[in-house]
Design a protein around this ligand. Structure first.
Ligand code: ZN
Ligand code: ZN
Length: 349
């Protein structure tokens, strides 16, 4: 195919998004070129300190597209296949991979699609193409395919949380990741799912998606409100969405005896949390991090989508073309009515 320039959306700083032209990548013998059809904006991609650490960069790690060109040594997929491509893929051979700790694999950390999902085309390197690229069944639409990565992160989080079936689960923060936690915690048989957020509209959506109760975190002390809702027990599983020390402290205060608190988002590098080992020990409360996801979780996520446990309609609220990517990032960062914001691409003419 001819190497025309393509459009990309590059982030220079928080809410500084520029549409630029750059050469369309050329796949090597064991690589693929994908025409992007949709790409989600991740909650992490609108965090100023995180953007500044990486900018300038074409963001977008939740892409779906159609394979348009393959290296000559690739035979396991075909041109024309619609795929979800994981931005990071593990080597499957190192010590971390053998233990299932894929995000600690040096290859996972180093791998990335080029230039990123917020581009008309992206290159899928060998590691990602062979390690974590999934063909989408016809029943999984483009917008749903863009949810594979976020759902996979939630699959990992709920797996690390321990036994969800029969548990009381508190989900702090009801942005898209909180809403997905509500859906999957209910699906996995949680006894009581309670969502908490400062924004009424998000609480209302969590109720629609199956939360048994919601707590308006603006109405007063969250731990006290939770105690009222749980006969003083607290929650056996607490998912802490917001990436703040405050939220982690509240999460720990909300945990039941023998409970697990999942730190779902990365805090800034210099943040410090004060812990009471006495309290953790005698109440046997676990604090468990859950960072991103690997190929086991992406496959589980695709199955949930194929089974319609999660649909795009549940969480996708805003869509923008690439030319309006600046507005898309602004909405994802600041519009309280936004749950999931996607950038969508016109089909090839
Ligand atoms: Zn993400
Ligand atoms: Zn590895």
């Amino acid at each position: 195919m001819s190497r025309e320039a393509m459009k990309v959306a590059r982030l220079y700083d928080y809410l500084d998004v520029r549409i630029e032209d750059e050469p369309t990548p050329r796949p090597g013998p064991r690589e693929a070129l994908v025409r992007t059809r949709a790409c989600g904006i991740c909650s992490g991609d609108v965090v100023p300190w995180y953007i500044r650490k990486k900018a300038p960069l074409v963001f977008g790690h939740e892409p779906v597209g159609e394979i348009v060109e393959l290296g000559r040594a690739v035979t396991h997929v075909a041109v024309g296949t619609r795929v979800f491509v994981h931005h990071h893929a593990p080597c499957l051979a190192c010590r971390a991979c053998r233990r299932g700790e894929f995000v600690q694999c040096p290859t996972w950390r180093a791998s990335r699609i080029v230039p990123g999902g917020m581009a008309e085309y992206f290159l899928v390197p060998e590691t990602n193409l062979f390690g974590d690229t999934l063909a989408l069944p016809e029943t999984v639409g483009d917008e749903e395919g863009a949810l594979v990565e976020p759902i996979a992160c939630v699959v990992k989080s709920l797996t690390r949380a321990g036994q969800v079936a029969g548990a009381s689960v508190l989900i702090i923060g009801l942005g898209v990741m909180g809403q997905l936690h509500v859906l999957l915690a209910k699906h996995r048989g949680a006894r009581l799912v309670i969502g908490a957020d400062l924004i009424a509209g998000r609480c209302a959506r969590a109720r629609q998606l199956g939360a048994d109760r919601v707590i308006d975190a603006a109405a007063g002390d969250l731990a006290a409100q939770l105690a009222d809702a749980t006969d003083g027990d607290g929650a056996e599983i607490v998912i802490v969405g917001p990436a703040t020390i405050d939220a982690l402290e509240i999460g720990l205060a909300c945990a039941a005896k023998g409970g697990t608190v999942v730190q779902f988002m990365g805090t800034p590098p210099d943040a410090r949390l004060q812990l009471s080992p006495y309290d953790l020990y005698f109440r046997e409360v676990r604090l468990v991090p859950s960072y991103s996801c690997g190929p086991i979780e992406t496959r589980a996520a695709l199955q949930y989508l194929a089974a319609r446990v999660v649909t795009a309609r549940d969480v996708v609220t805003h869509r923008f073309p690439l030319a309006a990517a600046g507005e898309a990032y602004r909405v994802a960062a600041e519009d309280k009515s936004a749950i999931k914001t996607l950038v969508t691409f016109a089909p090839a003419s």
